[in-house]
Every structure is written in C-alpha cells, then in structure tokens.
Design a protein around this ligand. Structure first.
Ligand code: 13P
Length: 226
C-alpha cells in the first residue's frame, strides 16, 4: 500500500518543515510526499520519503526549466511523478515524453509514478479504455514503476470516481501492464477507505488533502486498514 501526496505548487521550505514536524503517519504503509523542487531538500531533511513532481531524461543540457535525475538524487529524492495530467494539459507533455522521463528515471534507480487518466469528454464519449490503452502502452514494465489512475474530471473537483469506476479502470490498466496502480482524484479522509478497499486499488495519489498533516495522516491510516 503506497500513499503519495502530490503537493503541486504549494508549500515553500518553511511550510514544508512545519508539515514534517506535524505529520505522523502510521507504521505499515509506504508514505511519500512530492513537494515542489525548491522544497525537496527540506522535505528529505524532515525524514520524509520524497519524490519530485517531474524529471527530465537527459543527463544535462539546454532544457530550460527542467530538472535532472542526478540533481534530484543529490537531494535525497527517491522517485518522481511523470505525466501528471496538469503537465499534459497545461504544458503540452505527451505520452512519448512521459515514457522517456519514466524510462530514464527507472534506469537510474529512481522509482516512478506514471499518471494516466481520461478527460470528462473522453469518458462521456466512451473512450476511456482507448485513452488508457494509449497512455499505458507507452510505458515499459519495470519493478520500480507504479501507475496512478487519475481521471481528469475527478482532480481538484471534489468529484471522486466511485469505487466501482476505480476498480474497473485499475483492473483494465493491470490487464495491460502488471504494476501496482494508485487512484488519484479528490481522495479525502472520508472516501479513502472505500476506494482503497477495492482489490485493484494499490494505494492513492492525493492532491489537496495531502497538504494538511492531519488529513494526510488520516488517509494513510485508511490505507493501513485496507
Ligand atoms: P486532488 O486530490 O486535489 O483532486 O488532486 C489529485 C491529483 O492530481 C494528485 O496528483
């Protein structure tokens, strides 16, 4: 059971240290936080397991605004998210680029959470499986790889996928690639247990509710019970 908190563009260093001091997750569940780049070192120094929110495939080079694997490792970062829908929607990231980021990070010993998920219009048009197939097919099996199913219509909207929708999508993803699959999209302390209880749900990728140490710890406890 892996519970990951994606802080997106929230929490500078002082707020990160305050979170670290207040956060007490239960033993027995793997917990990861994904702060912004400038807060990675502060999070690692707080004793948290830390993943970055993105990583580039090149060792170094003229890639303005990007971050390399070695730069992350130097800070004690253990993994990275790739292909988040906000990267795809707002910054033009593609299945191919996501796959390159994932492959390079995995080859260098970082763990990877690769995000997939359909838009609301794609679900309504009956295209969910086709979209998931396209996104998942770009990835290669690796022991360090985890996929996060994040239906875009459920991110930051308070609209959570029902446990049945999550179970169905996760089972479909696993039929394509045999990896652990996290659910993401409006996971909160009051809905985490029923989502995490689904057999194909191997954990959660939590946005907004991971920013508060008490609510994130409550979600981690829900993971422990599932
Ligand atoms: P919310 O939990 O805020 O909906 O965000 C989900 C997400 O995008 C995690 O990566």
């Amino acid at each position: 059971m892996l519970i990951a908190g994606n802080w997106k563009m929230f929490k500078a260093q002082a707020e990160t240290r305050a979170f670290g001091a207040a956060f007490s997750p239960p033993a027995g569940v793997d917990v990861v936080v994904c702060p912004p780049f400038t807060s990675l070192a502060a999070a690692a120094e707080s004793g948290l397991t830390v993943y970055a929110q993105n990583v580039h495939w090149a060792e170094e080079g003229a890639y303005t605004g990007e971050i390399s694997i070695a730069m992350l490792k130097e800070l004690g970062v253990a993994g990275a998210i790739v292909g988040h829908s906000e990267r795809r929607q707002y910054f033009g990231e593609t299945d191919e680029g996501t796959a390159r980021r994932a492959a390079a990070a995995l080859a260098a010993g970082l763990r990877v959470i690769a995000c997939v998920g359909e838009l609301e219009a794609e679900r309504e048009a009956g295209e969910t499986e086709a979209v998931l197939r396209r996104q998942v097919s770009a990835l290669d099996l690796h022991p360090g790889l985890v996929v996060a199913y994040e239906p875009v219509w459920a991110i930051g909207t308070g609209k959570t996928a029902t446990p049945e929708i999550a179970q169905h999508a996760h089972a479909f993803i696993k039929s394509l690639l045999d990896v652990p699959v996290l659910y993401g999209g409006s996971v909160k302390p009051d809905n985490a247990a029923e989502l995490l209880a689904q057999p194909a749900v191997d954990g959660a990728l939590v946005g907004g509710a991971s920013l508060d140490p008490d609510s994130f710890a409550a979600i981690c406890r829900a993971g422990l019970l599932s």
